[in-house]
Design a protein around this ligand. Structure first.
Ligand SMILES: Cc1cc2nc3c(=O)[nH]c(=O)nc-3n(C[C@H](O)[C@H](O)[C@H](O)COP(=O)(O)OP(=O)(O)OC[C@H]3O[C@@H](n4cnc5c(N)ncnc54)[C@H](O)[C@@H]3O)c2cc1C
Length: 643
């Protein structure tokens, strides 16, 4: 294993002065010069839309891409529960330092302190920015912004707009983006998929895309490329992510030299509607915010098949409240998920197949009234009833953990630049701030921090460097562009030429089942080794027996899917390799061999207190591991306790 140094570029000085210092030390581009520079922003979810709008507002020329028909359909729109910020509106003991502390601890001490502190620091600005845009956050009776609590925190710092926070935030970012489109500063390319990154003389100089409607393959040269392309949870096939979410952009960038960090850190969310059948293609989240008022329980006795209402109080086990009295139902997601799996493994699960636990609102409805609960969660209750046919006002919801979020992603330094100069990565697509487990309501915070408040500074620093080294010419005719375009065309032709028997979906489903079984909520050496033998076999079969109809000259969604599944088949292998090498348990990565006598995750800080960043070494070659050691100067390394 290599020890190639990963230069994180963390500024010197005290923790609370690092960002200020970095902003002062970074080079600036004057307003007249900004107009001469073009940035390609791939993705227009919360991270991409906020970045594109902010950079255009500064004066840069922006090309922005998304594969949906409108930026408003980015997966960010699905976010339900809320966004964290250290405003301390509740006067309940919150502060920038506490948000920083909770996030580092919640991530099981596997995140970079300096990045997390900056995130907490700018969190308050995000709320001000969004309020100024008109985002309709929930308010108290007197008009002040309301808050609720999310897992891993004992304060109420989560701002929300009913169960539609992502949608409202995205509308805010979208209108800022639309203003720049109308002003001619952003050229928007919807229904356009990035299929390769162009790297010339070691720098990112543009992308190659396919127009998903006409099938045309095009080149876009840029002085810098920003990837804000979301998470890769769909490598597990079944997840709470939008069906279209995929890894293609970051995976192709990985193959062009961007190191991939901590791929095995997968978040399994404890409160999702359980799988109901073999042909299901999507799982539905029930927001973590529900744990503010819902109590989680299972029958005390295994095999108890009575209806919930028939089980008396004394025969119920409110296992989170029992095991973690300090945090109760609001323990972090990794802990709540494993606890749910544990009680189901003991035979105490409820619903079909015993793979479910109750989330019960009866107490809260008695205490607050049905109306108050409807005001807080009405749209979630309605969604639940539509999907399951059961009324959660009358009987408890049944929930079970499901894949939800990818903490891993492309490695970035403090300036959000990947290991390819000129390639920046924002939002869920990077690995930066959540360590081995993300706290609820922190993804929206991170995506918007990256887009509104970090990249506007750091990209200027890079571009100023281009000016001083006289690298200002854009050249879409370079040999590097020609080679990337040829590769994209060759790959499309290869996929279309197989004419085998199995659909891309059937391969994806098989990969997902394998990943869930061997590399899901708990992992062990034997299972991971088996998966590492099985995935290359499946990949070989894919390239031999894929059945793909139609052609590449127009809209062909099977072709789009096949390209993404091909990438998942490679990423899945890296995910398992990373999980196998990390001989410890931390956050969302639970190795059965490494647990405390109470079944909690057991870290090995001596050997694994580092970011694992993997380098692509070529087709058929194993990736090389590089390590970025993590230093903890402000948070005491300890076993996490929520008791
Ligand atoms: C059901 C659900 C609920 C959630 N609720 C919350 C919550 O309450 N609070 C919270 O903090 N987090 C929540 N999350 C997590 C959060 O929503 C996401 O992490 C976040 O929205 C990701 O934003 P993003 O901008 O990074 O990516 P996305 O919103 O996924 O946007 C990705 C963009 O990239 C584009 N793209 C991708 N690949 C390509 C390509 N190859 N070429 C061109 N364009 C491409 C897409 O078109 C899209 O525009 C939730 C997640 C889920 C699944």
């Amino acid at each position: 294993m290599s020890s190639r140094r990963l230069e994180a570029r963390i500024p010197e000085g005290p923790l609370d002065k690092k960002w200020e210092r970095a902003k002062f030390e970074m080079k600036l581009v004057n307003p007249a010069n900004k107009r001469r520079f073009k940035v390609a922003v791939v993705g227009s979810g919360l991270a991409g839309a906020s970045a594109a709008a902010s950079l255009a507002e500064l004066g840069y020329e922006i090309d922005c891409f998304c594969f949906q028909d409108s930026p408003r359909r980015a997966h960010s729109i699905a976010a339900q529960g809320g966004i964290n910020a250290a405003k301390n509106y509740q006067n309940d003991g919150d502060s920038v330092f506490r948000l920083f502390y909770d996030t580092v601890k919640g991530g099981d001490f596997r995140a970079r302190e300096a990045n997390v502190y900056r995130l907490a620091e700018v969190s308050a600005n995000i709320i001000d920015q969004c309020v100024a845009q008109g985002v309709p956050f929930a308010r108290e009776y007197g008009g002040l912004l309301a808050n609720r609590s999310f897992g891993g925190a004992q304060v109420s710092r989560t701002f929300y707009a009913r169960g539609q926070t992502g949608q409202q935030l995205l509308l805010g970012a979208y209108q800022a983006l639309s203003r720049q489109i109308a002003a001619g500063k952003v050229r928007m390319f919807p229904r356009t998929e990035m299929l390769d990154l162009v790297v010339d003389e070691g720098r990112a100089t543009g992308i190659v895309v396919r127009d998903l409607v006409s099938g045309a393959v095009r080149r876009h040269a840029a002085h810098a490329v920003v990837l804000a392309t979301g998470g890769y949870g769909n490598v597990f096939y079944l997840s709470t992510n939008a069906k279209g979410s995929n890894a293609t952009a970051i995976w192709r960038a990985h193959k062009r030299g961007a190191l991939f960090a901590n791929p095995c850190y997968t978040q399994i969310h404890p409160t999702c509607i359980p799988v109901s059948g073999e042909h299901q293609s999507k799982l539905t989240l029930m927001s973590e915010s529900l744990r503010n008022d819902g109590r989680i329980w299972v029958p005390l006795r295994g095999g108890d098949r009575r209806r919930a209402a028939e089980i008396p109080e004394a025969e119920r086990d409110y296992y989170l409240e029992r095991r973690y009295p300090a945090f109760g139902n609001l323990v972090p997601r990794d802990i709540a998920s494993r606890a749910a799996k544990g009680v189901c493994d003991e035979g105490r699960g409820v619903g079909p197949g015993g793979l479910g636990v109750y989330l019960d609102f009866a107490d809260s409805i008695r205490r607050l009234g049905r109306q108050a609960i409807a005001e807080r969660y009405g749209n979630l209750f309605e969604m639940y009833e539509r999907i399951t046919g059961e009324d959660p006002y009358a009987s408890p919801m049944r929930i079970y953990p499901a894949v939800h979020y990818a903490m891993g992603g492309l490695w970035v330094d403090y300036q959000l630049q990947s290991t390819v100069p000129g390639l920046f990565v924002l939002g869920e697509a990077n690995f930066s701030d959540h360590g081995a487990n993300r706290l609820g309501a922190s993804a929206l915070m991170q995506g918007l921090a990256d887009g509104y408040f970090v990249i506007p500074y750091t990209i200027g620093n890079y571009i100023a460097g281009l000016m001083s080294s006289d690298r200002t010419r854009l050249d879409a005719e370079s040999p590097a562009f020609a080679a990337a375009e040829a590769k994209v065309r060759e790959r499309v032709a290869r996929l279309l030429g197989i004419r085998g028997r199995r659909t891309a979906d059937s391969f994806h489903r098989e990969l997902g089942a394998l990943m869930w079984e061997k590399c899901g909520m708990s992992r062990n050496r034997a299972g991971l080794t088996a998966a590492l033998a099985e995935i290359p076999r499946l990949r070989e079969e894919f390239w031999r027996d894929l059945n793909l109809l139609g052609d590449g000259d127009g809209l062909n969604q099977s072709l789009e899917r096949a390209g993404r599944v091909a990438d998942f088949l490679e990423l899945g292998e890296l995910l398992c390799r990373d999980a196998l090498h990390r001989e410890e348990s931390c956050g969302g990565h639970f190795r059965e061999e490494h647990q405390t006598p109470e079944g909690e995750a057991e870290r090995d800080d001596e050997r694994f207190r580092y970011v694992a960043a993997w380098e692509w070494m070529g087709e058929g070659e194993a990736q090389t591991l590089h390590r970025e050691p993590l230093e903890f100067e402000h948070v005491h390394l300890a076993q996490r306790s929520y008791k």
